[in-house]
Design a protein around this ligand. Sequence first.
Ligand code: ZN
Length: 270
Amino acid sequence: VKLALNTGTLGHNIEGAGQGWSPEQVIDACAARGIKGVVFWRRELKGRAQQVGDYARKAGLDLPGLCRLPLLTGREAAPDHEVEAAIAETAELGASVLTIVTGGVEPGAKGTAKAVVNLTRRLAQFAPKAEAMGVKLALEPLHPLYAANRSCVLTVREGAEILREIGAPNLGLAIDVWHVWWDRTLPQSLHNTQVFGLHLCDWLHDTADMLTDRGMMGDGVADIEAIRKAVHATGYTGYEEVEVFSASNWWTRDPGEVLDVITARVKDIG
Ligand code: ZN
């Protein structure tokens, strides 16, 4: 496994969560354990994207991604200039891929159809701008329980259709175990689709919170091997990014311990 840490595993996707390590502390701890890639959240960079990027490269680490584009649809849809700023920040950091969480139902609308139309239009608009800055965009289909307020793209098949409709070379999918584990059509849905990210975690048998109760690989019921196999079959050879949002368990622990557990678990899955 080409292992990367998504710092959401340390709680860094949410202000005030986790133990509050700086990007430099995270980079040093990953380098010490042979974790070769780090995916930060934009809120951690605090205007220091280039500085953090340089520090990571000096430590011998790659930055395979950055989380994430502001939402493109729904009540919190961002204006164009905020979307463009996120793309520019990705280039400044030197990260290869910016992850897209689409946003949900448009204000006043019922259902997700209108959001998908607007999403497709905005993605087609921003993809060439990202391409010009050397940034790839990874559309992440989310679990259907997020349809109202986070994502109008709910299945891998639908994500792949949007990619085909837009046809931009720098637009691919991010496949996250938590969002797709239930979908037995994954291998067919990924056929002829480019993948720019693979996010690892597990689905706990009795999930208590729909955002922050993800399991560590091996602790839940997802067929992680089957998902990895389906993604690798597309030709994906990139990083496998551990992304475990876990307020009541992993975020309460010492980040060094969490990184040790990740390293051991990833060895188990080959
Ligand atoms: Zn993810």
